[in-house]
Design a protein around this ligand. Structure first.
Ligand code: HEM
Length: 167
Protein backbone atom coordinates (compact mmCIF):
# COMPACT_ATOMS: atom_id res chain seq x y z
CA UNK A 1 0.00 0.00 0.00
CA UNK A 2 1.15 3.53 -0.78
CA UNK A 3 0.98 5.29 2.59
CA UNK A 4 1.12 8.76 1.06
CA UNK A 5 -2.03 8.07 -1.00
CA UNK A 6 -3.56 6.54 2.13
CA UNK A 7 -2.77 9.73 4.10
CA UNK A 8 -4.14 12.07 1.43
CA UNK A 9 -7.35 10.04 1.09
CA UNK A 10 -7.71 9.74 4.88
CA UNK A 11 -7.50 13.51 5.35
CA UNK A 12 -9.66 14.21 2.29
CA UNK A 13 -12.49 11.94 3.47
CA UNK A 14 -12.27 13.19 7.08
CA UNK A 15 -12.48 16.85 6.06
CA UNK A 16 -15.10 16.06 3.41
CA UNK A 17 -17.43 14.48 5.94
CA UNK A 18 -16.74 17.41 8.28
CA UNK A 19 -17.84 19.92 5.59
CA UNK A 20 -20.81 18.00 4.21
CA UNK A 21 -21.86 16.58 7.61
CA UNK A 22 -21.78 19.98 9.31
CA UNK A 23 -23.99 21.39 6.57
CA UNK A 24 -26.53 18.57 6.98
CA UNK A 25 -26.52 19.11 10.75
CA UNK A 26 -26.96 22.88 10.34
CA UNK A 27 -29.81 22.51 7.81
CA UNK A 28 -31.76 19.73 9.47
CA UNK A 29 -31.06 20.16 13.20
CA UNK A 30 -29.46 23.40 14.35
CA UNK A 31 -31.18 26.07 12.22
CA UNK A 32 -34.71 24.58 12.57
CA UNK A 33 -34.12 24.32 16.35
CA UNK A 34 -32.86 27.93 16.55
CA UNK A 35 -35.96 29.09 14.67
CA UNK A 36 -38.14 27.97 17.57
CA UNK A 37 -36.39 30.41 19.94
CA UNK A 38 -37.33 34.07 20.49
CA UNK A 39 -35.65 36.46 18.01
CA UNK A 40 -33.21 37.91 20.57
CA UNK A 41 -31.89 34.44 21.41
CA UNK A 42 -31.72 33.46 17.71
CA UNK A 43 -29.63 36.53 17.03
CA UNK A 44 -27.18 35.91 19.88
CA UNK A 45 -26.77 32.23 19.05
CA UNK A 46 -26.59 32.90 15.29
CA UNK A 47 -23.89 35.55 15.69
CA UNK A 48 -21.78 33.31 17.96
CA UNK A 49 -22.13 30.26 15.68
CA UNK A 50 -21.45 32.29 12.53
CA UNK A 51 -18.30 33.89 13.98
CA UNK A 52 -16.87 30.43 14.68
CA UNK A 53 -18.25 28.51 11.69
CA UNK A 54 -17.27 30.79 8.79
CA UNK A 55 -13.45 30.70 9.21
CA UNK A 56 -13.49 26.97 10.00
CA UNK A 57 -15.73 26.09 7.02
CA UNK A 58 -13.59 28.24 4.73
CA UNK A 59 -10.41 26.41 5.73
CA UNK A 60 -12.04 22.99 5.57
CA UNK A 61 -13.61 23.60 2.14
CA UNK A 62 -10.30 24.81 0.69
CA UNK A 63 -8.46 21.81 2.18
CA UNK A 64 -11.03 19.31 0.83
CA UNK A 65 -10.77 20.78 -2.66
CA UNK A 66 -6.95 20.92 -2.67
CA UNK A 67 -6.71 17.33 -1.34
CA UNK A 68 -9.31 16.23 -3.92
CA UNK A 69 -7.22 17.78 -6.70
CA UNK A 70 -4.07 16.04 -5.39
CA UNK A 71 -5.91 12.72 -4.92
CA UNK A 72 -7.13 12.80 -8.51
CA UNK A 73 -3.88 13.98 -10.15
CA UNK A 74 -0.56 13.54 -8.30
CA UNK A 75 -1.91 10.52 -6.39
CA UNK A 76 -4.48 9.36 -8.93
CA UNK A 77 -5.34 8.52 -12.50
CA UNK A 78 -5.38 12.01 -14.03
CA UNK A 79 -1.82 12.45 -15.24
CA UNK A 80 -2.50 14.38 -18.45
CA UNK A 81 -5.09 16.70 -19.98
CA UNK A 82 -6.24 13.74 -22.12
CA UNK A 83 -7.25 11.89 -18.96
CA UNK A 84 -9.87 14.60 -18.39
CA UNK A 85 -11.68 13.20 -21.42
CA UNK A 86 -12.18 9.78 -19.80
CA UNK A 87 -15.34 8.97 -17.82
CA UNK A 88 -13.31 9.18 -14.58
CA UNK A 89 -11.81 12.53 -15.65
CA UNK A 90 -15.21 14.00 -16.43
CA UNK A 91 -16.61 12.88 -13.06
CA UNK A 92 -13.59 14.38 -11.28
CA UNK A 93 -14.02 17.67 -13.16
CA UNK A 94 -17.74 17.80 -12.32
CA UNK A 95 -16.83 17.25 -8.64
CA UNK A 96 -14.22 20.01 -8.80
CA UNK A 97 -16.54 22.57 -10.42
CA UNK A 98 -19.43 21.61 -8.10
CA UNK A 99 -17.20 21.88 -5.01
CA UNK A 100 -15.82 25.31 -5.96
CA UNK A 101 -19.36 26.52 -6.75
CA UNK A 102 -20.73 25.05 -3.51
CA UNK A 103 -17.96 26.62 -1.42
CA UNK A 104 -18.53 29.98 -3.12
CA UNK A 105 -22.28 29.68 -2.66
CA UNK A 106 -21.94 28.77 1.01
CA UNK A 107 -19.57 31.58 1.88
CA UNK A 108 -20.69 34.40 -0.43
CA UNK A 109 -24.42 33.79 -0.92
CA UNK A 110 -25.75 31.70 1.97
CA UNK A 111 -23.65 33.19 4.78
CA UNK A 112 -24.78 36.81 4.10
CA UNK A 113 -28.40 35.54 3.95
CA UNK A 114 -27.98 33.93 7.38
CA UNK A 115 -26.25 37.06 8.71
CA UNK A 116 -29.38 39.02 7.85
CA UNK A 117 -31.20 37.02 10.48
CA UNK A 118 -29.19 38.62 13.24
CA UNK A 119 -28.50 42.01 11.68
CA UNK A 120 -31.98 42.90 10.37
CA UNK A 121 -33.28 45.89 12.43
CA UNK A 122 -35.94 45.01 15.00
CA UNK A 123 -38.34 47.38 13.18
CA UNK A 124 -38.05 45.34 9.96
CA UNK A 125 -38.08 41.98 11.73
CA UNK A 126 -41.76 42.39 12.37
CA UNK A 127 -43.95 42.30 15.41
CA UNK A 128 -44.75 39.38 17.67
CA UNK A 129 -41.20 38.77 18.91
CA UNK A 130 -39.72 38.52 15.46
CA UNK A 131 -42.29 36.19 13.92
CA UNK A 132 -43.48 38.90 11.53
CA UNK A 133 -43.22 39.12 7.74
CA UNK A 134 -39.70 40.61 7.77
CA UNK A 135 -38.22 37.58 9.46
CA UNK A 136 -40.42 35.19 7.48
CA UNK A 137 -38.91 36.49 4.23
CA UNK A 138 -35.35 36.16 5.59
CA UNK A 139 -36.01 32.59 6.76
CA UNK A 140 -37.57 31.60 3.41
CA UNK A 141 -34.52 33.02 1.62
CA UNK A 142 -32.13 31.06 3.87
CA UNK A 143 -34.12 27.86 3.32
CA UNK A 144 -34.07 28.23 -0.49
CA UNK A 145 -30.35 29.04 -0.58
CA UNK A 146 -29.61 26.19 1.82
CA UNK A 147 -31.44 23.73 -0.45
CA UNK A 148 -29.40 24.87 -3.44
CA UNK A 149 -26.21 24.34 -1.41
CA UNK A 150 -27.35 20.81 -0.52
CA UNK A 151 -27.89 20.09 -4.20
CA UNK A 152 -24.22 20.95 -4.79
CA UNK A 153 -23.15 18.54 -2.05
CA UNK A 154 -25.28 15.73 -3.49
CA UNK A 155 -23.64 16.22 -6.91
CA UNK A 156 -20.16 16.10 -5.33
CA UNK A 157 -21.00 13.11 -3.17
CA UNK A 158 -22.40 11.18 -6.15
CA UNK A 159 -19.18 11.91 -8.06
CA UNK A 160 -17.14 10.48 -5.16
CA UNK A 161 -19.06 7.21 -5.27
CA UNK A 162 -18.87 7.03 -9.09
CA UNK A 163 -15.07 7.50 -8.99
CA UNK A 164 -14.80 4.69 -6.45
CA UNK A 165 -16.21 2.43 -9.18
CA UNK A 166 -13.85 3.87 -11.78
CA UNK A 167 -16.53 5.95 -13.51
C1 HEM B 1 -17.96 17.80 -0.02
C2 HEM B 1 -16.87 17.48 -0.64
C3 HEM B 1 -16.30 16.10 -0.73
C4 HEM B 1 -16.59 14.98 0.00
C5 HEM B 1 -17.59 14.80 1.13
C6 HEM B 1 -15.74 13.92 -0.52
C7 HEM B 1 -15.73 12.62 -0.06
C8 HEM B 1 -14.98 11.60 -0.58
C9 HEM B 1 -15.02 10.23 -0.15
C10 HEM B 1 -15.92 9.70 0.97
C11 HEM B 1 -14.15 9.54 -0.90
C12 HEM B 1 -13.83 8.05 -0.79
C13 HEM B 1 -14.72 7.30 -1.78
C14 HEM B 1 -14.45 5.80 -1.72
O1 HEM B 1 -13.29 5.38 -1.77
O2 HEM B 1 -15.42 5.04 -1.61
C15 HEM B 1 -13.53 10.45 -1.81
C16 HEM B 1 -12.60 10.12 -2.75
C17 HEM B 1 -12.10 10.95 -3.71
N1 HEM B 1 -12.37 12.29 -3.84
FE1 HEM B 1 -13.65 13.36 -2.71
N2 HEM B 1 -14.98 14.42 -1.54
C18 HEM B 1 -15.30 15.75 -1.71
C19 HEM B 1 -14.78 16.61 -2.65
C20 HEM B 1 -13.89 16.27 -3.64
C21 HEM B 1 -13.40 17.13 -4.68
C22 HEM B 1 -13.81 18.60 -4.83
C23 HEM B 1 -12.54 16.40 -5.46
C24 HEM B 1 -11.76 16.79 -6.68
C25 HEM B 1 -11.85 17.80 -7.36
C26 HEM B 1 -12.49 15.08 -4.92
C27 HEM B 1 -11.72 14.05 -5.42
C28 HEM B 1 -11.70 12.76 -4.94
C29 HEM B 1 -10.95 11.68 -5.56
C30 HEM B 1 -10.09 11.77 -6.81
C31 HEM B 1 -11.20 10.55 -4.79
C32 HEM B 1 -10.65 9.14 -5.03
C33 HEM B 1 -11.64 8.42 -5.95
C34 HEM B 1 -11.16 7.04 -6.34
O3 HEM B 1 -11.45 6.07 -5.62
O4 HEM B 1 -10.50 6.94 -7.39
N3 HEM B 1 -13.31 15.03 -3.81
N4 HEM B 1 -14.05 11.71 -1.61
Amino acid sequence: MDWLVFGVQWLHVLLGIFWFGSTLYLDFVLIPALMTLPLGEQRRAGAAIGARAVPIFTGVAVAVIVLGILRGTVFGQIKSLDALGTQYGVTWLVALVAAVATAYWGLRILTPAVKKLYTIPESEAGAAGGQGPGIAAVVADIRRKGQIELLGFFVIFTCMILMRFGL
